[in-house]
Design a protein. Structure first.
Length: 328
């Protein structure tokens, strides 16, 4: 018998209290709050919500893109909007690093910023827009008003380096030990790792991100033995040896537009698309958490806690950009 939502939420809150707000030397932003724009730009969050939800209504595939932008932003230099900056002569930016090449949704952030600049010039940061749009996109896809609170008050950074994205963004080819180190370096624990991996319940991936599991797992032309054989056969049909990387595959089979706990069922069935998904079963604690989060209420509560925690990773922000792709 699975625990009730109230029991799970109570457990989460106790764990959050006893664990503290900072680990691994990572600074979390204490100044963030949910009323940052109450006086300076009262319509800010409504504008973000309206533009974001209209975009998701036109194309539901936008939701996972905006969620990934938030993740990539916070994992490099903290949540400071650095993922949005364009490369310049002499500097290759994060968005042009290999881990970021399949990101999208930049045009939606720009549309939101344009409307906010018309209403409240240089008040709302690009970093806050990314955090709010991620929440609003997923909430609309799920059919909810607001799946998690978004404290605001972030500032925008002026530095964006491709090599830092490579060094910090967890790879889909990562084993459990590597994933745990990457998350710990951001002040996130194993519970956060498993919960945030649940973001793979929505969206698609290109063949390039998992083909090694099908054809050359150990460098000897073999397949990953942890992958369900029938699922591996399906993936080989979608992505033959000389695949077209324009082909995409659902990260959560038959459920890629439903923000729910189905992903964890798939992982337990050895049908997680990435090596990093399968890696969650390598550790006894994370494997237990995978099973625990198969309940929708449990997953939604823990994801909300972890994504807010991630969103509080302090960035190098020093300004409010007028345009999100370039420093002032």
């Amino acid at each position: 018998m699975r625990p009730s939502f109230s029991v799970v939420l109570a457990t989460i809150l106790v764990a959050a209290t006893t664990a503290g707000v900072c680990s691994a030397g990572v600074e979390l932003s204490p100044e963030l709050n949910e009323s940052s724009y109450l006086l300076s730009c009262p319509s800010a969050e409504q504008i973000v919500k309206e533009v974001t939800q209209a975009a998701v209504q036109r194309n539901p595939a936008v939701a996972p893109k905006l969620l990934r932008l938030h993740f990539h932003d916070c994992f490099v230099r903290g949540c400071d909007g650095s993922i949005l900056l364009n490369s310049t002569p002499g500097n290759k930016a994060e968005k042009d690093a290999p881990p970021s090449l399949t990101l999208g949704g930049y045009e939606i952030i720009d549309e939101i910023k344009t409307k906010l600049e018309e209403r409240c010039p240089q008040v709302v940061s690009c970093a806050d827009i990314v955090a709010l749009a991620a929440r609003d996109a997923v909430s609309f896809l799920h059919g909810s008003y607001s799946l998690w609170p978004v404290p605001t008050g972030r500032k925008d950074g002026r530095i964006s380096r491709a090599e830092e994205a490579v060094a910090n963004i967890p790879s889909p080819f990562s084993d459990f030990a590597t994933l745990r180190r990457r998350f710990q370096s951001k002040g996130l624990d194993v519970v956060d790792l498993v919960a945030l991996s649940g973001a793979h319940t929505i969206g698609v991936s290109h063949c390039e991100s998992f083909a090694k599991r099908l054809y050359n797992f150990t460098g000897k032309g073999d397949a990953d033995p942890s992958l369900d054989k029938r699922y591996a056969d399906f993936l080989r049909r979608k992505c033959p040896p000389k695949f077209n990387n324009g082909v995409t595959v659902e990260m959560d089979p038959n459920s890629s537009l439903s923000f729910d706990s189905h992903y964890y069922q798939v992982v337990e069935q050895h049908m997680g698309l990435f090596r990093s998904d399968a890696a969650l079963l390598e550790d006894s604690t994370s494997a237990w958490l995978v099973d625990f989060m198969r309940n929708d209420d449990v997953f939604l509560a823990k994801f909300a806690h972890s994504v807010v925690k991630m969103g509080r990773i302090a960035g190098d922000g020093v300004e409010i950009r007028k345009h999100c792709w370039v420093v002032n």
